[in-house]
Design a protein around this ligand. Structure first.
Ligand SMILES: [Zn+2]
Length: 498
């Protein structure tokens, strides 16, 4: 019954549909038999757009649903709409995707409106929804530029269908194990996704794992990295998953580190090593100086704080340069940046609260580092869920460096909440907190209320820092928003860490 799928060729790419659409649903082929699939393109768009309107009338934002229903009717829709994009940029990697793509959105969107999948919707359904929002009833895509943030694991599903021109790999760290498996799987997903495109790859060359991806991509690669003068051999208790050479398995030798496994590395066994970056960043104070080959260095104002954000900004600038944007366009774009949800997002509550997303050990360590670098006494609240989107395996909490919180005289107490509040409380006990310093309440709003009470008890100058996994993030942000003191203005500019 499905024989025609093997022979039916996509008209634009001359490849079988079964290759172009990795998830091309057999049910569509079964239900529509040998129907010429292109005739269903407009009905699919109409269905998608009608469900977008219905969701809007129901007061709900765009979800993946309109894209899902449209793809059911016409599985090639994402590829067909995507073909019309002149500039399609993808940002992938373990940490820093959201901040990097927000920064890049500001830059690419300065001169012309563009399509951008904000957080969450990075499967084909979500991307199709994003495109449908900018498609006319006659099927015409109204935008020429799109920027998509894509998880490493879903990259191959997406790149086969979109004409990606520039693809950024921010870094490769260990993420939720049950979602992505081990690092090798992540690296092979990235390579699989990249080899399906003709894109220029923009890679963090300070990360040996990302460098390995660049080396084996078979595509034109531009590396970005920091000036070695910012690397140190100082205190390092952070994760270094990638500290082994992926080429030969030998442990890498480091001259110095930036953070995690990022540094100036080489393999004594096979000669694999960090390369001179095409875009080299150095900073002083609030300025990031970017050196691009033999061109004169350009100084940009950093829109965020923290070392990981210097990387994110450098990634965005490199991708923008590869996309043909000049320095003044980049500077204008960076000035429009606002921190996305849960990235050192401040709330004018009493006491003031700061919300951060945590999802893996390295990201969590950078959040801890950012919290410790802020002045004043603190209470930390950890909201930990283990639903599918968080990763069901919470053992990574044991790899994150919570000991640094416990060792700081400024972090006075911690409150744990969410579905895994008990595991988190146990983790904090092992990190070094005494039992009276740990408060636990699995129910989220109660846990947050207790965190405010605890901070209030400890003194007027105590600030609250909330660390939350993905599925608790939106509820926590809403709860904090309601708690904002009447008339107070929530700061929109804060450090961003992911
Ligand atoms: Zn090696």
């Amino acid at each position: 019954m499905l024989v025609h799928k093997k022979t039916l060729l996509c008209k634009t790419r001359n490849l079988p549909y079964s290759i172009i659409d990795a998830t091309a649903c057999p049910t569509t082929c079964v239900s529509f038999g040998v129907l010429e699939l292109t005739s269903l393109r407009l009905p699919a768009i109409w269905l998608g757009k009608l469900s977008l309107i219905a969701l809007r009338l129901a007061g709900r934002g765009a979800t993946s649903f309109p894209g899902k229903i449209a793809l059911k009717v016409y599985p090639q829709l994402l590829a067909r709409l995507g073909q019309r994009l002149e500039r399609c940029v993808v940002v992938t990697g373990t940490n820093g995707k959201t901040t990097t793509s927000s920064l890049l959105a500001g830059i690419l969107g300065t001169d012309e409106p563009m399509i951008h999948n904000r957080e969450g919707a990075n499967l084909p359904q979500g991307l199709t929804t994003a495109l449908l929002q900018h498609t006319s009833w006659f099927g015409r895509l109204r935008r020429q530029t799109a920027l998509f943030e894509i998880d490493e694991a879903t990259l191959p599903l997406v790149t086969a269908r979109l004409p990606v021109k520039v693809l950024v790999v921010t870094n490769v760290f260990r993420d939720q194990l049950d979602r992505y498996g081990e690092l090798d799987t992540t690296v092979s997903k990235l390579l699989e996704g990249i080899t399906q495109t003709e894109a220029v790859i923009v890679v963090n060359g300070d990360d040996p794992l990302a460098r390995h991806v660049g080396l084996h991509s078979g595509r034109r690669v531009s590396y970005y990295g920091l000036s070695p003068r910012h690397a140190t051999m100082g205190h390092h208790n952070q994760m270094r998953d990638g500290a082994f050479c992926l080429e030969c398995g030998q442990e890498l030798t480091y001259d110095a580190f930036f953070y995690g496994q990022l540094g100036v590395y080489r393999c004594e066994n096979c000669g694999f090593e960090r390369t001179e970056p095409d875009f080299e960043g150095a900073w002083h104070g609030n300025a990031l100086v970017v050196k691009e080959g033999r061109l004169p260095s350009v100084e940009y104002r950093l829109p965020t704080r923290g070392l990981y954000n210097i990387y994110n900004t450098l990634a965005a600038i490199s991708a923008a340069r590869i996309s043909g944007i000049d320095a003044s366009g980049i500077a204008r774009g960076l000035a429009t940046y606002e921190a996305p949800l849960g990235r050192m997002q401040g709330f004018a509550t009493n006491p003031p609260a700061t919300l951060n997303l945590i999802k893996n050990p390295t990201g969590c360590d950078t959040v801890v580092q950012a919290i410790l670098s802020e002045p004043g006494r603190k209470v930390v609240c950890l909201a930990i869920n283990d639903l599918a989107a968080d990763g069901k395996d919470v053992s990574w909490l044991w790899d994150a460096d919570f000991e640094r919180l416990a060792a700081s005289p400024d972090v006075l107490a911690c409150v744990t909440t969410g579905l895994r509040a008990e595991d988190m409380a146990l983790r904090m006990k092992y990190a070094g907190y005494k039992t009276p310093q740990i408060v636990m309440s699995p129910e989220l709003s109660n846990g947050l209320e207790l965190a405010f009470e605890k901070a209030g008890e400890l003194g007027e100058d105590v600030n609250l820092y909330v660390l939350s996994t993905y599925t608790a993030l939106y509820d926590t942000a809403n709860w904090l928003e309601k708690k904002v003191t009447a008339g107070a203005k929530t700061p929109t500019y804060r450090t961003s860490v992911s």
